[in-house]
Design a protein around this ligand. Structure first.
Ligand code: ISL
Ligand code: CA
Length: 548
C-alpha cells in the first residue's frame, strides 16, 4: 500500500484537542487518551500542529527550541509514548516543521541581534533603513510592515509573519545544516514525515524589490514565494535527509500555482511528496485578504478543483482539505451550519473523500463543528485577529461591530475552539478553565451525541472512508468535472479502466433536477437515508453512485 496516497490524514491542533491535567490547555497525554477514537474513524496519518518550545506568539509557529517539547504540552517522554501509541495502532505521525522563521526568543536570534559580527548575525535578514524608513514596503501576513527596527544595531530585520517570527536566512549554509540536523533528530525518533510550514517562502529575493500592495495574493506569489533558490534548497534537504528515511512530506503552499506545482511535487524532482495549495482558501477573500471578503462562487470553486487536478496530473500528488487551523470551519464557510448542518457536513465530507489527492480532515469536522461568534474581542486569542484589530482601529470610519462580524466569518479562532467531546461542562475538553472559550453549540454538537446515532456525521465519515479504501478508482482514478457552469451542482466522475463512480453534490438548499444524461447509475452511499428520487436532489443532497 502506498500509505501516503491511500491513507487518510487527521489534523490535530494540540492546544484544542484534549486537556489531561486540567490546566485548560490541550496536551500530548490528552491526545494519547483519544487515539483509539481517532483510529476508530479509519484514520491512517496524524498531522500534529507544532508542539515545540515556543513563547506562543502564534500558537507554536514561533519556535524557540526545535529539540524540546513545550512544557504546556508535556515532556519528551510523553512525546515518545505518543509516537509509539500511534504506531501501535497502525497509524503514522507527521510533525509540523516551521523553518522559514524562528521565534525571536530562539538562541540564534538572541545572538543575531547582539552585534553584527558574531556568526549568528547572518542567520537572519538585517538591512539598513532608507531615510529613517524600513528597507522596502513589504507587509507582514498579519498586517503592518514586515520589518522591525533594532536600535542597538541601527538595522531592520525581516519578519513575514509577526515581529516575534524573524525569517531565517537560508542563503547561509550553516542555517541549512541546522535544519538538516533538526529533521534528522525527529526522523531518528521514528516519525513518518513532516508538514512543512510556508515552505515556498524559504528563498528570498535578495534585491528586496518593492511590492505592488494592491493585491496581496499576487505579492505572495510573485515577491515572497518561489524565490530563486527554493528548489535548490528543497533538493538539498531531500538528498541530505529525506531520501535516507522512510518518510513523506506535505508542503503548505502559499504562492505555489498550477504552473509551478510540479516543480515542487513531481516525483522525479525529489523535493516534496505533496502540497496543500491554498486557492480555494482564498476564494472568498478580496485583494486585501481574509478581512476583505467577497461572495463565494460555486463555478469558480469547481474550477479550482478541476484545474489543479489537471495541473498535477499523474506526475505529482495533492492533499485535499476544506479547512484547517488557519481558515473557518468548512460547514460554516461552504455549507450551511443551520438547518442543513448535518446534510452539508456530509456533503463536504463526500467531496474531500472522493477527490484525487490524500484527504485531510481537520479535527471536529467529523462531528460538524461550526464557526463561533464571541460577543467581545476580549474572547479572541489569535494574533492575526488582534493585530488587524489594532490596525483597523486607526481608520477614522472604524466600526467595532463590523469588524467583529468579519472576525465571526473569517477569523482563525473559529477553528481553534476546543474539541466537543460530550455535553458536560467545557464539552469534556478540560475540567479547568479553557485557554479559549468553547463554542456554545457543544451541548448539541459533540462526539458522544454523534456516536449514539446511526444517522450522524461521524458514521458517514467512517462509511465513506471504508468505501474509499475499497475502491482504487476513488484514490487513483481520473477526475472529470461535469457541468462546470452549473450554479448549484458539483458533479464529477472518478474512473479507472475497471471502475467508474459518479459524485453528485447539491451545493444549495434548493431542490434540483438531475440532468437526464446522469440517470442509470446505482447509488453506493448518500447523505439522505430514504426516498431516493432518481430525478431530483434534495437540499444539500450528496450521492456517490457507480455504473457497475
Ligand atoms: O491564514 C493565512 C493568512 O491570513 C494564511 O495565509 C497563512 O498565514 C499562511 O498560509 C501561512 O500559514 C502558516 O504559517 C503561519 C502560521 O501562522 C499558520 O498557522 C501556518 O499554517 C506562520 O508560521
Ligand atoms: Ca493540559
Amino acid at each position: 500500500m502506498t500509505w501516503w496516497k491511500e491513507g487518510i490524514i487527521y489534523q490535530i491542533y494540540p492546544r484544542s484537542f484534549r486537556d489531561s491535567n486540567s490546566d485548560g490547555i490541550g496536551d500530548i497525554r490528552g491526545i494519547i487518551d483519544k487515539l483509539d477514537y481517532v483510529a476508530s474513524l479509519g484514520i491512517d496519518i496524524i498531522w500534529l500542529n507544532p508542539v515545540f518550545e515556543s513563547p506562543n506568539d502564534d500558537n507554536g509557529y514561533d519556535i524557540s527550541d526545535y529539540y524540546s517539547i513545550h512544557p504546556e504540552f508535556g515532556s519528551m517522554k510523553d512525546f515518545d509514548e505518543l509516537l509509539e501509541s500511534i504506531h501501535n495502532r497502525g497509524m503514522r505521525l507527521l510533525m509540523d516543521l516551521v523553518v522559514n522563521h524562528t521565534s525571536d526568543e530562539h538562541a540564534w536570534f538572541l545572538k543575531s541581534k547582539e552585534n553584527a559580527i558574531n556568526p549568528y548575525h547572518d542567520f537572519y535578514f538585517w538591512l539598513p533603513g532608507k531615510e529613517g524608513s524600513p528597507p522596502n514596503n513589504w507587509i507582514s501576513f498579519f498586517g503592518g510592515s514586515a520589518w522591525e527596527y533594532e536600535p542597538d544595531l541601527d538595522a531592520y530585520y525581516l519578519h513575514l509573519f509577526t515581529r516575534k517570527q524573524p525569517d531565517l536566512n537560508w542563503e547561509n549554509e550553516q542555517v541549512r545544516k541546522e535544519v538538516q540536523d533538526i529533521t534528522r533528530f525527529w526522523l531518528d525518533k521514528g516519525i513518518d514525515g513532516f508538514r512543512l510550514d510556508v515552505i515556498p517562502l524559504i528563498s528570498k529575493r535578495l534585491d528586496f524589490p518593492e511590492a505592488d500592495l494592491s493585491d496581496f495574493g499576487k505579492v505572495i506569489e510573485t515577491v515572497y514565494s518561489n524565490g530563486p533558490r527554493v528548489h535548490e534548497y528543497l533538493q538539498e534537504l531531500n538528498k541530505e535527509v529525506f531520501s535516507n528515511y522512510d518518510m513523506k512530506t506535505v508542503g503548505e503552499g502559499p504562492g505555489i500555482t498550477q504552473k509551478t506545482v510540479n516543480d515542487y511535487v513531481a516525483a522525479d524532482r525529489k523535493e516534496l511528496d505533496m502540497i496543500f495549495h491554498l486557492d480555494h482558501m482564498s476564494i472568498d477573500h478580496g485583494p486585501q485578504g481574509r478581512f476583505d471578503p467577497v461572495a463565494f462562487d460555486l463555478p469558480a470553486f469547481k474550477e479550482i478543483f478541476s484545474s489543479w487536478d489537471q495541473a498535477v496530473g499523474d506526475r505529482g500528488w495533492l492533499s485535499i482539505f476544506l479547512d484547517n487551523h488557519d481558515f473557518p470551519r468548512m460547514v460554516s464557510r461552504f455549507g450551511n451550519d443551520g438547518e442543513f448542518r448535518v446534510e452539508s457536513s456530509k456533503l463536504l465530507a463526500m467531496l474531500i473523500l472522493t477527490m484525487r489527492g490524500t484527504p485531510c480532515i481537520y479535527f471536529g469536522s467529523e462531528i460538524g463543528m461550526t464557526n463561533v461568534a464571541f460577543d467581545s474581542l476580549l474572547d479572541y486569542r489569535d494574533v492575526e485577529t488582534l493585530n488587524y484589530y489594532e490596525i483597523y482601529k486607526q481608520n477614522s470610519d472604524f466600526d467595532e461591530l463590523d469588524f467583529l462580524n468579519l472576525v465571526h466569518r473569517q477569523g482563525r479562532d473559529n477553528v481553534r475552539t476546543p474539541m466537543q467531546w460530550d455535553h458536560s461542562a467545557h464539552a469534556g475538553f478540560t475540567t479547568g478553565e479553557p485557554w479559549i472559550k468553547l463554542n456554545p453549540r457543544y451541548t448539541e454538537i459533540n462526539v458522544e451525541n454523534d456516536l449514539a446515532s446511526d444517522a450522524s456525521i461521524i458514521h458517514f465519515y467512517r462509511d465513506l472512508i471504508k468505501i474509499r479504501k475499497a475502491h482504487p478508482a476513488l484514490v487513483y482514478g481520473e477526475f472529470e468535472l461535469l457541468y462546470p457552469n452549473h450554479p448549484q451542482l458539483f458533479a464529477y466522475l472518478r474512473t479507472t479502466g475497471d471502475e467508474s463512480f459518479l459524485i453528485l453534490l447539491n451545493f444549495s438548499e434548493d431542490q434540483m433536477e438531475i440532468p437526464t444524461e446522469l440517470y442509470g447509475y446505482k447509488e453506493v452511499i448518500g447523505n439522505y437515508r430514504v426516498s431516493h428520487d432518481h430525478e431530483k436532489l434534495k437540499s444539500w443532497e450528496a450521492r456517490l453512485l457507480t455504473s457497475h
